[in-house]
Design a protein around this ligand. Structure first.
Ligand code: CA
Ligand code: CA
Length: 423
């Protein structure tokens, strides 16, 4: 009898162990604050599989969140090199896919002396893994900017499975209606998605220059750096870390905010189009306009899209494949799942009440972040970073607890049996 009940318990425990290991279905989401007191944070990221979170501040500091606290010494201090007027600043950061071997990362900022965009690469100190080696700075590319202080974009990233190529989103350079028509001009690197092969230092004898090569598959007939064009201000973009799909969130002007799917050679329409709306009736329609997969009107949902990420974490069951984005002006957070068909309003879930609740993060979402395990974060310009987390279903939570208790009982029984056998 004792043996039967013991076997039964083992079967039950094994069954519940499965439940205990899998995350319970979630009733709703919440934002769990992980850092406060930051100075205008704009981004958060981490190397793959790394438990630290690197938080980028507009003024030029990169700080590390480790084991629940922001380290007192910044990882990197670029405050002396960065102009922060209006939309200028330290705007983007990404780690090399081979970071664990080469300790290399990249930043995108507006240089205080030239007011141009600089994409530079650094290495982490070999002796101090929480410190960038400031002396390792090398310029990958500089991009001339007009005198305006808006539309600097700033996102940079690597597509999963394409380790050599750095993608760089550039804005049209500013003001209104792209006065230089730069986004449609293939001899300008503004208003574009650029793609550079950064697999090696192309100036090995020049310690200040890193440079790049041109990867196969960029556009022909213009600047060789151009991957896609017709963008106004692709400030926050991302790759789905599972599928490699590139989500470009292009900030609109007076009427439409839009999300595009990145494809080589695509023309996303600006300044002729703002979303699918004709912005310049006097200009000829574009024969090759790639429309957004989703757009929303300012009359409904506000004025500045903040692109996010597709959730691929393992902690929230049922959320995988969901793309999150926000609107900075109207303090909204929304999500949808993209499977190849255009997104309609019915496909969009408003997450604002869950994620910007009074107990969660405050508004002014300046960015999303993704850590080394695919967990997603909200970054508020007000100084907070919060992790998107689940509030489990009550029954799911009860099942998980029951499973854990049974497993514990079973293990104790086994330990006791083993102890008796040894004695
Ligand atoms: Ca060099
Ligand atoms: Ca467009």
């Amino acid at each position: 009898m004792r043996k039967i009940s013991s076997a039964l318990l083992a079967v039950l425990a094994a069954a519940f162990a499965g439940i205990a290991l899998a995350p319970p279905a979630f009733a709703q989401l919440q934002t769990r604050i992980v850092a406060t007191g930051l100075d205008q944070p704009l981004f958060a990221t981490a190397p793959e599989g790394d438990s630290r979170l690197f938080i980028v501040e507009k003024g030029g500091l990169i700080k590390i969140l480790e084991n629940g606290s922001v380290l007192p010494t910044p990882f990197l201090d670029l405050s002396g090199s960065v102009n922060t007027e209006n939309e200028r600043g330290l705007l983007g950061m990404t780690f090399d896919p081979d970071f664990s071997d080469n300790r290399r990362f990249y930043v995108n900022y507006i240089d205080s002396a030239t007011l141009d965009t600089v994409v530079a690469t650094y290495q982490v100190s070999e002796a101090q893994p929480n410190m960038a080696d400031a002396a390792s700075a090398q310029t990958v590319i500089t991009i001339d900017q007009p005198e305006f202080s808006n539309h600097k974009a700033g996102w940079i990233g690597f597509r999963p499975g394409e380790a050599d190529n750095l993608y760089i989103g550039t804005g049209d350079g500013g003001f209104r209606d792209d006065p230089g028509n730069r986004a449609q001009d293939l001899t300008e690197n503004l208003g574009k998605m650029l793609r550079l092969d950064v697999s090696a230092d192309r100036f090995p004898t020049d310690s200040a220059q890193y440079g790049y090569a041109i990867p196969a598959g960029n556009m022909a007939g213009g600047n060789p750096e151009i991957y896609a064009y017709g963008l106004r201000n692709p400030y926050r973009d991302s790759f789905d870390r599972e599928t490699g799909t590139l989500y470009i969130a292009d900030v609109g002007q007076d009427h439409r905010e839009e999300i595009d799917i990145g494809a080589a050679g695509a023309n996303y329409g600006w300044r002729v189009y703002e979303g699918t709306r004709v912005n310049f009736p006097a200009e000829a329609p574009l024969a090759n306009h790639t429309p957004p997969i989703f757009e929303y009107s300012h009359t409904d949902d506000g004025g500045s899209i903040i692109g996010g990420y597709v959730y691929r974490g393992s902690l929230i069951d049922g959320l995988e494949g969901t793309y999150f984005f926000a609107d900075f002006v109207n303090d909204k957070v929304m999500s949808f799942r993209y499977t190849g068909s255009p997104i309609t309003d019915d496909d969009v879930t408003d997450r604002t009440a869950e994620l910007l609740s009074p107990t969660g993060i405050s508004g002014s979402i300046s960015s999303f972040g993704e850590d080394g395990f695919g967990n997603l974060y909200l970054v508020s310009l007000n100084g907070q970073v919060g992790m998107i987390a689940a509030i489990p279903e009550p029954e799911g939570y009860a099942m998980m607890l029951a499973g854990m208790i049974l497993v514990t009982l079973c293990v104790r029984r086994r330990e006791k049996a083993a102890a008796l056998a040894l004695a």
